[in-house]
Ligand binder design. Sequence first.
Ligand SMILES: [Zn+2]
Length: 162
Amino acid sequence: MATMMETLSIKTENKFRTLISKQAYRKGQVICSMPSENIMDKPNRFTVQIARDKHTHVGKLAALNHSCDPNVILDTDKMLMIARRDIKKDEELSFFYPSTEWEMQAPFICLCGASNCIHVVAGARFLPLSTLENHYLNPHIRDMMIELLKNTKQHLKKLQES
Ligand SMILES: [Zn+2]
């Protein structure tokens, strides 16, 4: 399947980049596939995490901003970007960064204004399970969250025993 990003354009305003959809999409529709030619073991601001130690350079998709109420999902299992709800032509696209990122290189404060805003965007490992449960999560994030919970339980057990 081709990456097909012809329907996406990058808008730059005061050095702030946004990704715009040049056409409308229906909820659940595939918008494009995610590039996977260039895989690294460390994250940077042009990558999306696709597995525990794998970060893929996403090209144009690096202009996707974070939102706590996003309109697209990045499915790192199928390597697809999918509409989370109906999207209008010329609408800015955004996704929930902790749905792919475990621990981000450059955390920031979110000002998206959504009622469920998480405020500090630093990666999934810094969010409570109750928050993550309300979002689409990729398998590698689920796995690492389960592992973190197990380690915490073992740690607490050790503390009680000592
Ligand atoms: Zn937010």
